[in-house]
Design a protein. Structure first.
Lengths: 375, 468
């Protein structure tokens, strides 16, 4: 019994893929949740579910939880339908499935440990490096906010440029694997990218179809979406801050430190505050969220990522506040160390969810435009 | 909210039941300032009776609702109701239901129920029915949130075992709450506890042992205990006690609470045979939405209450995917073996059917000209030879949705006693009184219409009575 017996479905598949397949067979015969998000309309365009279909649907799922609280078949019903949790497991598996290089697939299972180690490496690099190469007196002296007195700009740009290039390479290869697998022959237009961008920036599907997420209790609430917005836009502003500063440096020859009312400092400050509020809020919500809705064995992935964002923002803001004092040197080492840890872990942690989801949304936009529902 | 203290009070309004009708009554009475208790026989997860498995609400509207196409005028609604009931309806109550249905979209919106436009498969109902976002359980969750916010006391696992009724006047309800006997007193009663479709013993009074093989689409809590208590206390019955809404569903479904996902839409695309491998009814009599509700009764009348829908590879993708996989075979004989049917008999039935199929152009979206000629049981539309292997079968059993027997009410949702007088303080809403309006047949979403309209009327009436 395909729909109700996990043991007999789709021999040879991983338990996570087989479970999503089982659930989608039930959901496709019910369809009451079709207004909640993108997953169910995408499901309705199919009769059967290949592994690629499942990886696509799993990454389309925003884990808002609405379909669980609305489901007539969720536990204790014997059909035991729990789409958010099954999708979360399949999604986390999919990151490992497509990751480059492939031998790093296991890092998504012990993600907290990995991120901690990378951060420790990052901190060690800068603290040890500063102690070894920077003059003692200079390290603990006030420099009026001039970081380059401690570390030359080219050295800083070189280290982070190299790590960023590596991260981009890892993303491109992993995401290409994912995209080739899920897309099949659906023609993609520019407007599908546009639609997906809107859905990403708006978090259209972290909304329970308009009611909100099931997060801190059984009541739908907009809180998770709101804190995600703080995090996402905070991250983008920090990215913008660095980009503008790079432009200033190379294009205009305007060198740091920048004034408090300069664009890099304004973007970085506002973004940094967003990255304090957003991750703190998401952590508080996830701690109170019913674990039944999650991939309980890999909750560390999200925790590690939001902890890193919080630390980067916190150390960055402290550095800004104290950049004129003698503490600048050591704060700079700590901030750069955490940023390095974050950069190194980007391709191997929760950050990838946004990229995979964006591509799933592109495919959904194209399907929605061209596809037909199975009746 | 299930401590013993909730049982010591006297409430203005006691609502028995926990579905759409019960909650509409409770919210309405509470908004009128009355103290209200809801006694739900099921656990919190299984709350809501058949509302759990509903999906939409039929309502007359002017066409301005964003999630509906329209308009759906009252006259058209009434015509639809007359058509399906064959006139077996209380005309005044039917007109009242339809008139009041125009208020439901704004009422539901106001209490937090959300709607969505229908997608594939249900588009044809977009004009007449408003679809709940997240289905019936999503709707129930919203109603319960509103009721709790307003201060309605909701008690789960509260099974009503007795009613103290004096001269048509409700005094108290006896409740089995998790094994403890309790009493709840109230100034007015709203009975909204549904029908008796899950009560196999009761069904057997009319169906005999065949009822043992029925599958019940809703929860096991729809036992009709309150309906029985009211009828025994002298409330006037309405509706044919022998009738129930019965469809064909997959025989592999759970005994209770399989809901919507267990239905099968394959019947019109092939043939249906009984345990003896014989056809017994015109599978292509009319379009499926108009005929799906006769198949439960048809199968209930077959030996062993079992039948098999058989299609071939040309048709397997033409209907909604179902929860259980089709039983597949390369030949009719092999299929018979897998179904434990007599192979020679099934081969003969299929061969005779195939030979009787007249040429035509197949179109499953209209009443096409593909039919058989010369069979004792003809198939009058969509008849195509079953000769493209692999062959597929689905086992079918009767699936009971609801029963028609209820209590008679007037235009205030007030129960009428056997002597024709109206009860002093007893009101009814939902499936327990739907037989007043829906004497037979079914119209998608009408159960929710009746529940919400009479729930609100009962809530108003009970609140008014309790205040005086």
């Amino acid at each position: 019994m395909h729909g109700t017996d996990p043991a007999s479905s789709s021999a040879g598949r991983s338990p996570a893929l087989a479970e999503v397949d089982r659930l989608m067979t039930i959901c496709n015969a019910c369809r009451y949740c079709e207004g909640l998000c993108a997953v169910f309309p995408a499901m309705e365009m199919r009769r059967t579910f290949t592994e690629a279909d499942i990886n696509y649907l799993a990454n389309l799922c925003h884990q808002c939880g609405a379909c669980y609280t609305d489901c007539q078949y969720s536990p204790p019903h014997e059909f035991n339908v729990n789409v958010p949790a099954a999708m979360a497991v399949a999604r986390n598996d999919s990151y490992a499935h497509y990751v480059w290089p492939g031998f790093l697939a296991g890092v998504f299972n012990r993600n907290g440990l990995l991120v901690t180690l990378l951060t420790a490496v990052g901190l060690a690099v800068f603290i040890v490096g500063f102690v070894l190469w920077v003059d003692r007196a200079a390290l603990f002296a006030a420099h009026g906010g001039d970081f380059y007195k401690i570390m030359p700009h080219n050295a800083m740009a070189g280290i982070f440029g190299a790590v960023a290039l590596y991260a981009v390479l890892a993303f491109v290869i992993s995401l290409t694997r994912f995209w080739r697998d899920i897309n099949g022959g659906t023609p993609i237009g520019l407007r599908d990218f546009g639609r997906a961008l809107i859905d990403t920036f708006h978090l259209t599907y972290l909304h329970g179809g308009g009611g909100g997420c099931t997060s801190e209790d059984k009541r739908p609430s907009p809180s998770r979406r709101m804190f995600h917005h703080f995090t996402f836009y905070g991250f983008l502003l920090c990215f913008a801050s660095t980009s503008v500063a790079t432009l200033y440096h190379y294009a205009f020859g305007w060198h740091a430190p920048y004034g408090l009312l300069s664009l890099p400092v304004i973007f970085g400050t506002v973004g940094g505050i967003g990255l304090l509020i957003g991750p703190a809020g998401l952590y508080a919500l996830s701690a109170r969220r019913d674990p039944v809705l999650t991939d309980v064995n890999r909750r560390g992935m999200a925790t590690a990522f939001i902890a890193m964002l919080f630390l980067v923002a916190l150390t960055g803001l402290l550095l800004l506040m104290l950049r004129d004092s003698a503490a600048m040197g050591i704060l700079l080492a700590i901030h750069l160390g955490t940023v390095l840890g974050l950069f190194l872990s980007l391709p191997y942690g929760k950050f990838v969810h946004g990229l995979y989801r964006f591509l799933a949304l592109v495919k959904y936009a194209a399907e929605r435009r061209q596809g037909t529902f199975v009746e | 909210m299930a401590s013993s203290s909730v049982f010591d009070e006297t409430y203005d309004v006691v609502v028995i039941g926990g579905g759409n009708a019960a909650l509409c009554a409770a919210i309405t009475a509470r908004r009128a300032g009355r103290s209200v208790v809801v006694l739900e026989g099921a656990s919190e997860f299984y709350r809501g009776g058949n509302t759990r498995h509903t999906r939409n609400l039929r309502c007359s509207h002017d066409g301005t609702a964003p999630t509906m196409t329209g308009p759906y005028e009252q006259g058209e609604f009434l015509d639809d109701l007359y058509r399906v009931t064959g006139g077996q309806t209380d005309k005044a109550l039917a007109e009242l239901t339809i008139e009041k249905s125009r208020e439901l979209l704004s009422f539901m919106d106001d209490v937090g129920v959300r709607f969505q436009p229908p997608l594939g498969g249900t588009l044809s109902l977009g004009k007449t029915n408003a679809f709940f976002l997240g289905g019936g359980r999503g709707m129930l969750n919203a109603l319960y949130r509103k009721a709790e916010d307003l201060g309605v006391t909701c008690v789960y696992d509260a099974r009503v075992t007795g009613l103290t009724i004096e001269n048509g006047y409700f005094v108290s309800a006896q409740v089995d709450h998790k094994g403890a006997a309790r009493t709840v007193r109230g100034k007015a009663l709203v009975a909204a506890a549904g029908g008796f479709e899950s009560n196999i013993e009761w069904l057997k009074e009319y169906w005999g042992d065949a009822a043992e093989n029925f599958i019940i689409r809703g929860t096991r809590f729809n036992r009709g205990d309150v309906l029985r208590l009211l009828l025994d206390a002298g409330v006037q019955p309405v509706g044919d006690p022998t009738q129930c809404h019965a469809i064909a569903l997959d025989a592999r479904s759970p005994k209770f609470d399989g809901g919507i996902a267990t239905r099968l839409d394959s019947i019109v695309f092939g043939i249906v045979v009984n345990r003896d491998a014989q056809r017994f009814y015109d599978e292509g009599e009319d379009v499926w939405p108009k005929r799906y509700a006769i198949w439960g009764r048809l199968i209930a009348q077959q030996p062993g209450q079992i039948a098999y829908s058989i299609v071939d590879s040309r048709s397997i993708r033409l209907f909604m995917p179902s929860i259980f996989p089709a039983i597949e075979a390369q030949s009719i004989g092999e299929l018979a073996g897998k179904l434990s049917l007599d192979a020679a008999a099934l081969e003969k039935t299929v061969a005779e059917f195939n030979a009787a199929v007249r040429p035509g152009s197949f179109d499953h979206t209209v009443l096409d000209d593909c039919r058989t000629q010369g069979l004792p049981v003809e198939k009058t539309h969509w008849a195509r030879a079953i000769d493209h292997p692999p062959y597929y079968a689905y086992p079918l059993r009767p699936g009971i949705t609801f029963t028609y027997l209820g209590v008679r009410v007037n235009q205030e949702a007030r129960m009428l006693m056997a002597d024709g007088k109206s009860s002093g303080n007893m009101f009814a809403a939902g499936e327990i009184m739907a037989g007043n309006v829906l004497g037979k047949g079914y119209l998608a979403g009408i159960g929710m219409t009746i529940g919400a309209v009479f729930g609100r009327l009962a809530g108003e009436g009970a609140a008014l009575h309790a205040r005086n």
